[in-house]
Design a binder for this molecule. Sequence first.
Ligand SMILES: [Zn+2]
Length: 82
Amino acid sequence: MAKKRDYDEVSPERRAELHKRAQEVMRESRLAKEAKRRLPHLLSFLGGRHCSVCRMPFPPDTKPSVNEAFAQHVLKAHRPAS
Ligand SMILES: [Zn+2]
């Protein structure tokens, strides 16, 4: 029985708790990844770009710049619910 003691020092309750904690951490990182994927971003398409959410096009000659116009568009059209 002496050999088994090390293992038994971690009680089943403690092991279940650790297991639960590990699952929570994994779930949180998965949710964070999904949230990131859902965030509006620019998609490249046939030389132009468009919004990943609503497909609004952003031609390469957008003023002042595609990224600037897109940032404004996201703020107005896809304000994150918080
Ligand atoms: Zn959009």
